[in-house]
Design a protein around this ligand. Structure first.
Ligand code: TRP
Length: 376
């Protein structure tokens, strides 16, 4: 699952020049993100819509600790700064690359539970599923007219997903999902989009669509502002075996896991045979990953934690990690359990968010139709 957490897009592009290009874009986006973060600090409370944030997840399964430290906490932080936040459950995106929708309704409800448990407040944040917002989806038609097929085929994330698809034919929806994402972002005039590095090409596509729409259909008037990426500075977390987190590898700590399940997962984590614990990502990636994980929950640098553990070895390290994660998630998990007992409330939150998103999308679509001369 690609998520809004950072997934580095290494094998995405072929030539060294394009690699260099991607690195330069990423570096520039990092710098711009730092500036944005500061602007939000200074001005969001006064002018919430100016920094309206949209972020989203695909409802493909439970959220894990990586989502928590890289995206959930950040959304709550932005909300609490007074930014107007939209949180999208991208259910149509699940069917870009699979035939079976599976337990999608359950996944959607689980996401809502994690959002609420993490501290998103449905009065201040609009939590919605894009399949429930027809006017949002209709924006895809004018937006597709502003996008070329070549552009879509060049999109590195689309290419990567295609490469991962095991020879499965490319669906029209997978090819065009960057345009759908543009509709997700532009329907509510979001200005800030917290994303991982792999999503930067989509944001560029969105910016191009906004620009072209204004030029081609709105006589240069700014119907859509170009949104900006807000990149997280949280380092990429790996699974407990040091490989990329994946459900099928069983190397993931989910938010909904119990404290005991978490302890068992950490106990089984791969380490190495050096007794002294040091933070050395290049030569000791598994140990480093555990130190990063603990550090993110303790709000401490991994080096300091390593220092503290010293000669305690893997056992002491694992005890620290288990304690950090379980303590850091204790309240989240308690709220989760409460919400699970109240499915009516969860559904109500989603209905309310969907209604608000529909209002917004209908207004935007009305403007779009008007400027396009299609308001009959
Ligand atoms: N593609 C994103 C992911 O895989 C989810 C997503 C859908 C999204 N639409 C979006 C993210 C719009 C940001 C903005 O996680």
């Amino acid at each position: 699952m690609t998520t809004t957490t950072t997934i580095p897009s290494t094998d995405v592009r072929e030539t060294p020049e394009v690699h260099a290009d991607e690195r330069a874009t990423y570096a520039a986006a990092r710098e711009r993100s730092a500036v944005l973060d500061q602007l939000i600090d200074e001005q969001a409370a006064r002018d919430p819509a100016r920094f309206r944030v949209l972020s989203g997840d695909r409802p493909t399964g439970p959220l894990h600790v990586g989502h928590y430290v890289a995206s959930l906490r950040n959304r709550v932080r932005l909300q609490d700064k007074g930014v107007d936040t939209f949180v999208l459950i991208a259910d149509y995106q699940v069917i870009t690359d699979r035939d079976v929708v599976g337990e999608i309704g359950d996944h959607v409800r689980e996401l809502v539970i994690d959002y609420l448990a993490a501290g998103l407040d449905p009065e201040r944040s609009t939590i919605f599923a894009h399949s429930a917002v027809p006017a949002l989806n209709q924006l895809m038609l004018p937006f597709l007219s502003l996008t070329t097929e070549a552009e879509l085929r060049r999109n590195p994330t689309v290419k990567e997903e295609l490469a991962l698809s095991d020879g499965r034919p490319l669906s029209g929806l997978l090819l065009t999902y960057p345009v759908h994402q543009a509709a997700d972002i532009l329907f509510c005039h979001a200005r800030v989009v917290p994303v991982g590095r792999d999503q930067l090409p989509h944001l560029e596509q969105t910016r191009a669509i906004a620009r072209r729409f204004n030029q081609r259909y709105a006589a240069g008037h700014s119907v859509f502002a170009e949104p900006e990426a807000l990149l997280s500075d949280v380092p990429l977390l790996l699974g407990t075996d040091g490989a990329k987190m994946s459900k099928s590898r069983g190397n993931v700590i989910n938010l909904r896991d119990s404290a005991d399940e978490t302890a068992a997962r950490v106990r089984g984590a791969r380490t190495d045979s050096h007794r002294r614990i040091t933070f050395d990502p290049a030569t000791r990636p598994e140990v480093a990953n555990l130190l990063i994980l603990a550090g993110l929950f303790l709000g401490e640098a991994p080096e300091c934690i390593a220092e503290r553990i010293g000669d305690g070895g893997a056992r002491a390290l694992k005890a620290v990690v288990t304690e950090a994660v379980n303590e850091g998630l204790r309240e989240h998990r308690a709220r989760r359990a409460e919400l699970e007992r109240d499915p009516g409330h969860v559904d109500q939150v989603l209905r309310q968010g969907n209604a608000r998103a529909n209002e917004m999308a209908e207004r935007t679509l009305a403007t779009v139709r008007a400027v396009m001369g299609m308001a009959y």
